[in-house]
Structure formats: structure tokens, C-alpha cells
Design a protein. Structure first.
Length: 234
């Protein structure tokens, strides 16, 4: 695996110092370049938590990925740059319940002057890292909330659901069982439907099932049927 290849993949050519400015810029570049998608599940492929396989898929084959792949790759790259990164488990919930140990969603804690939550794998989640402190965080036209009670945390997304988590460190292999279930169980939302999401200037573009929608500010500006030409725009 090659760090320069990853940085070229996301079009980042800025500072490599392990600072908040670098973290923020790489986080943004990753999200605006690499789409969140689950297409391999519907194309007969299999999504791995192995970082080398993730690197080959996203960097070398110019594909997108879902949370285990997107945040797994980002964690590797940040560590290569000298950042202190902790993998954490979370569970997708519409309210603050549970402890996040189920492994639904991989998130990252990055320690700088204070800890930050980084997440490039939730689709329509944060665009930039946010301090791991309770409060409201506004990015562009969206406001997120981070709640804390004892050892538990809850990220309230701009549109439900969000996710619940603790700061318990994990490894990539911890997520192997849930990664397998989410791409094989018949009742999994990832098995029932395709999804692609990418941030674009001023908003986002999402494709789910047979339709795509571009969202600019708070409103959806267009809804289009999926075509090969449209999918190439991702």
C-alpha cells in the first residue's frame, strides 16, 4: 500500500503535518472524491475489512465503499501521516439507546489538542471532523448534535438515524462478523437496496434503488432515473 497513491486518489496535495488543518482537509477531500456505496453486495462481490483489500478496491480500482472500507482506509492513511487514531464501534440508532458494541458502523477518534470524531463512512454524516465534546456543530447548512451520558455517546445526524457509541478501542477484525451479516442477511438494508452517496459543491448526490437525487442546501434540486452515464459521475 502506498500513501502517495491514496493522496492522489483523493486529489490532496497539501500539508502532511499531523495537524487539525491537515485532518480536516483530508477528511473533506476523501468525502468529495470517494463515494459511499454498497454495490459489490449486488454485483456478486464481497466487502472485506482487510485494509490491503480495501486499498486495492478504493485506491487502485477507483471504487467507493461503505463504512468499514471508507473509515478503515482513512485510519490507515492518517496513521501513516503520524496521527493517533482509535477505531471505535457504533450502532445505528434513531435514539440514544445501547452501547454501540454491535459493530454496525466503524468510526474514528483522532487525538490532537483534544479528541476529534472523524467519519467518512456514514454517507450523509459529517463533512469535517468535530470535537468529541457534547454540543451542536454546524457545517454548511446542516447542524449535527453530539450527546454524552456517562460512557455513552450519541451522534444525532441531520436526518435520523444517527449512531450510539463508547470510546472503547477496537481493531478491524472486531467488525468482521457484523460486516458479514450486513452484506448477507436477507433483511439487511444493504442487501435489500443499492445506495451511492457523495458530497458535491453546495450539497450532495445520492442514488438509492433506481433513482438519484441532488440535494443543494436544504432542498432536493432534482430526481433522476439511474443510468450508466449518471453513475459514471460518481
Amino acid at each position: 500500500m502506498n500513501l502517495d497513491a491514496y493522496l492522489d486518489r483523493i486529489g490532496y496535495h497539501g500539508s502532511l503535518d499531523p495537524t487539525l488543518a491537515t485532518l480536516t482537509a483530508i477528511h473533506r477531500a476523501h468525502l468529495t472524491t470517494i463515494p459511499y456505496e454498497n454495490l459489490d453486495i449486488h454485483l456478486g462481490g464481497y466487502n472485506s475489512v482487510g485494509v490491503e483489500k480495501i486499498f486495492d478496491k478504493i485506491v487502485m480500482r477507483h471504487r467507493g465503499g461503505w463504512c468499514y472500507e471508507m473509515n478503515g482506509l482513512l485510519a490507515w492513511a492518517l496513521r501513516e501521516l503520524g496521527f493517533t487514531v482509535t477505531l471505535m464501534s457504533s450502532d445505528v440508532r434513531g435514539e440514544f439507546v445501547g452501547d454501540g458494541s454491535g459493530g454496525d458502523h466503524l468510526i474514528l477518534k483522532v487525538d490532537l489538542d483534544r479528541p476529534y470524531l472523524a467519519d467518512v463512512g456514514f454517507g450523509n454524516g459529517i463533512f469535517e471532523p468535530i470535537p468529541l465534546e457534547p454540543g451542536a456543530y454546524t457545517q454548511s447548512f446542516v447542524t449535527y448534535h453530539l450527546l454524552n451520558e456517562g460512557e455513552g455517546w450519541y451522534f444525532e445526524n441531520m436526518e435520523k438515524p444517527g449512531f450510539v457509541f463508547t470510546l472503547q478501542p477496537r481493531t478491524m477484525t472486531y467488525f468482521t462478523p457484523r460486516c458479514h451479516e450486513l452484506q448477507t442477511l436477507p433483511d439487511s438494508g444493504f442487501v435489500r437496496s443499492t445506495v451511492c452517496f457523495r458530497f458535491i459543491p453546495g450539497g450532495s448526490c445520492v442514488c438509492a434503488a433506481r433513482f438519484c437525487a441532488r440535494r443543494l442546501r436544504r432542498a432536493f434540486s432534482s430526481r433522476l432515473s439511474i443510468t450508466p452515464r449518471l453513475m459514471n459521475s460518481f
